[in-house]
Design a protein around this ligand. Structure first.
Ligand code: ZN
Length: 305
């Protein structure tokens, strides 16, 4: 397994900014303690080249991001103030996901991006803390590189609207999103498969839906790789999520995805996605569980092969 991280993932933000930027540092420290800082496990991504970004985003939009010429409304939708540092950060995050995809595909293993899951980025605009779409970019580059079928499993509480829009006309990539009905983006777009939950949805109902749909998708699509957005804003207590999923329910969700993939010998690249609570500890714990489950099930997959 490889884990992608770069110090630039941590963007300095004004105090009281809603985005819990501190989590990246905490997760890096956790991984260092848990796995050791042996260089075999780490990928330290360079910024992605523009010509690769162009496979997924418009030239005009890339120019705006590069030169900082987004208009005030476009900046407001992003949720981050534009800076050269922000642009570099985004390019490193998408490169991280892409390098993990290549590695996982070639070595039939799993990969974890400490950041990523930027599923609200569209071809020519960004929103909700997402400038470039790492899942769509990874899928497009993977297909260009010879992968046959890619499954995006987006279990962040928000719908992967950008991903749905970007991959809509690509028959080689299937987009599956499970999300809360009554939160941003209020106007949902059409993924290949959408499952929408009412406020207060509990573990049982949530996990039942996942356990129903995912095995069918794996059987029918037989993907070369799964790109898994493991946002932890499904947790009860999340400021925006509206669902009522426990810490254990969130862990079981991850376990289910990794277990089904491992049983079918399908590589998985997981991105951390969202999570918004004033108290950052549940966010960290849930992300750590995701990383530990990935590690565990990758090992089981290798032992079964
Ligand atoms: Zn989210």
């Amino acid at each position: 397994m490889k884990i992608a991280f770069h110090p630039d993932f941590i963007l300095p933000l004004p105090q009281n900014h809603r985005f819990p930027m501190e989590k990246y540092h905490r997760l890096k420290t956790f991984c260092d303690t848990y796995f050791g800082n042996a260089h075999e496990i780490w990928i330290s991504p360079e910024p992605m080249k523009d010509e690769w970004i162009k496979t997924t985003h418009s030239e005009e939009y890339i120019q705006k991001l590069q030169k900082g010429t987004l208009n005030p409304q476009e900046v407001r939708k992003l949720g981050f103030t534009w800076s050269e540092q922000l642009w570099e950060r985004e390019k490193r995050i998408v490169q991280g996901t892409w390098e993990l995809i290549q590695h996982a595909y070639e070595n039939q293993c799993f990969g974890v991006n400490i950041a990523g899951g930027t599923h609200h980025a569209f071809r020519d605009r960004g929103e909700g803390f997402c400038l470039l779409n790492d899942l769509a970019l990874g899928a497009n580059l993977g297909i260009l590189g010879g992968m046959d079928r890619i499954l995006i499993v987006d279990l962040d509480v928000h719908q992967g609207n950008g991903t749905a829009s970007l991959m809509k006309s690509n028959p080689q990539c299937f987009t599956f999103s499970m999300h809360a009905e009554k939160t941003y983006p209020l106007q949902k777009l059409e993924s290949d498969l959408d499952v929408s939950f009412q406020p207060g949805t509990n573990d049982e109902e949530y996990l039942e839906e996942l356990a129903f749909h995912l095995p069918i998708l794996l059987r029918e699509i037989q993907p070369d790789i799964i790109l898994y957005n493991a946002g932890v804003d499904i947790l009860n207590g999340d400021d925006v999520g509206t669902l009522n999923i426990s810490m254990e329910g969130c862990r079981k969700r991850d376990e289910l995805v990794f277990k089904l993939a491992a049983n079918s010998q399908i590589p998985v690249v997981v991105t951390m996605g969202g999570g918004y609570q004033k108290n950052i500890e549940p966010i960290i714990e849930a992300h750590q569980n995701t990383i530990l489950e990935a590690m565990k099930w990758e090992l089981i997959m290798k032992n079964q092969s």
